[in-house]
Design a protein around this ligand. Structure first.
Ligand SMILES: *Cc1c(COP(=O)(O)O)cnc(C)c1O
Length: 480
């Protein structure tokens, strides 16, 4: 076997799946795929996606909760995921005309879809109206626009209202989205109860999506939203659901202590210039040395999460208020709970595979490994992707070699096209054509920021729909 995970020292060992290791072991096949589809390729295992859907469904079943899942489409562009989600009887959260249109074309209907775009153009709203897709409205201008469109069409539109500005521990949660919780009742009174300003809009539900990954904030927001739902029902609104959006964490790393050890070393590098470089050109990844004092925080995704996916939702549902859990309160009030997971439904779904193009040293002596890919193809809002990559050598590596510190660089004509900022330590400098694999990249990393600067081709997405991956053929992979 010529497959090595990077980083013997200061490892950040990723959680992986057997299907990934089976693929690594079939390196001839990996080379064939790269030859056929060009570098980089993204490989998505649809069976993993379906497993993740089932886990959320089982959780709702165990709680006897009316729970509905809407896959947040924006987290990955692969269209096959839409078909699989619909086959598994879950919905799709769409946020643009094209996302909505594609979901409709692939069989999504009415309540199996939702439109939550941050900017809702007349075209999007007309399409949603024509297909009876619920729309989550954000502000008075959107209410005006949608009412006008529905009125011209002689229809009543199905809507939910996005709320924000929840108070948690005395602090108001900032958001640029939604109608502030402190003014939602006035808004409803002015526009629906005391006046009938929007006769063509019918409110069936309430929605929020919080920034960050706190379960307590979500529980508190949900409690406050249940109160608004009760107020609306008391005023004859047919409220059916509360949608708590996404932001459900997933876990990428095997061992929390490894992340802690890395943080400690990173802080130490920021404070002590004499220490050996741990990140490209000593990037602090959020930590700063200000006049000899450490400040800032690690500005990456929280790659280790003890509470994640189903346990994250469990935490929210088990939250107690006045002797009642949120799950009990939802049931008592006969409210449907909707979630819009993007990232967490893509747990263990994808890998990104690239070919080595060159090896060189930069002007300060660092080993650079040029990959046939670019920084936009492994990028999220996180300042770095802190998972050890895998190297697949074509030829056996030489014995007793000393591991080498390298950085992977990409095709942009920018100094900062460094694919991982954390240094990677690998057993041997790869040969041209060897393969580097980044695992668990399906949630945002492969697509959300992918660009066509330099007129690069977009990466190809290949799907695989099996867990029997020991002996695969090129025809088992479908180009999306
Ligand atoms: C981004 C987004 C989601 C998905 O968030 P994840 O963190 O991927 O689960 C869901 N709903 C809305 C409204 C969003 O903006």
């Amino acid at each position: 076997m010529n497959v090595y995970k990077a980083n013997k020292t200061l490892p950040l060992e990723p959680v992986t799946s057997q299907w990934m290791h089976d693929l690594f072991a079939q390196s001839d096949l990996m080379h064939q795929l790269l030859d056929k589809y060009d570098s980089p390729i993204n490989i998505l295992n649809i069976t993993s996606f379906k497993t993740n859907i089932k886990a959320y469904k089982n959780l709702f079943k165990n709680y006897h909760i009316d729970g509905q899942i809407y896959f947040a489409r924006k987290a990955n562009k692969t269209a096959t995921l839409i078909n699989s989600a619909l086959q598994e009887n879950i919905g799709i959260d769409t946020a643009s005309y094209n996302e909505l249109n594609q979901a409709i074309e692939r069989g999504g209907k009415g309540k199996s879809l939702v439109l939550t775009s941050a900017i809702k153009t007349p075209n999007q709203l007309k399409l949603a109206l024509a297909h009876e897709v619920p729309v989550i409205l954000d502000n008075q201008d959107e209410f005006n626009l949608y009412n006008k469109i529905a009125s011209s069409a002689g229809k009543t539109a199905h809507i939910g209202v996005r709320i924000s500005g929840f108070r948690v521990n005395g602090q108001k949660l900032y958001s640029r989205f939604g109608i502030d919780i402190d003014s939602i009742k006035d808004f409803i009174n002015d526009n629906f109860i005391n006046n009938e300003k929007f006769p063509n809009l019918r409110i069936y539900g309430l929605h929020f999506h919080l920034n960050g990954y706190s379960t307590i904030e979500r529980s508190q927001a949900l409690l406050q939203t249940i109160e608004i739902a009760k107020y609306l029902r008391a005023n004859s609104f047919p409220i059916k659901f509360i949608d708590i959006g996404g932001g459900i964490t997933m876990n990428y790393l095997k061992d929390e202590t490894q992340l802690e050890a890395f943080k400690t070393e990173l802080q130490s590098q920021v404070m002590h210039i004499e220490k050996e470089e741990l990140t490209f050109r000593r990037n602090g990844l959020g930590y700063k040395n200000i006049d000899g004092k450490l400040s800032g925080t690690l500005e990456t995704y929280p790659y280790f999460n003890k509470i994640h996916t189903e346990t994250f939702i469990k935490k929210i549902l088990d939250f107690q208020n006045n002797g009642e859990t949120i799950a009990q309160s939802l049931n008592k009030n006969n409210l449907q709970l909707r979630i819009e997971p993007g990232r967490s439904l893509l747990q263990q779904v994808g890998i990104t595979v690239a070919r080595v193009n060159y090896r060189k040293k930069d002007s300060e002596g660092r080993n650079l490994i040029g990959l046939e890919m670019n920084m936009s193809q492994l990028k999220s809002a996180s300042t770095d992707f802190l998972l050890d990559p895998y190297i697949i050598y074509r030829n056996p590596i030489k014995n007793n070699t000393e591991w080498k510190k390298v950085y992977f660089t990409g095709a942009y004509c920018l100094e900062q096209d460094i694919i991982l900022k954390k240094v990677s330590e690998i057993p041997q400098i790869p040969e041209i054509g060897d393969i580097v694999v980044f695992v668990n990249t399906a949630g945002y990393l492969m697509h959300f920021y992918e660009r066509q600067a330099h007129l690069f081709n977009l990466s190809n997405n290949l799907t695989l729909d099996t867990m029997e991956t020991e002996c695969l053929e090129i025809s088992d992979f479908k180009l999306d």
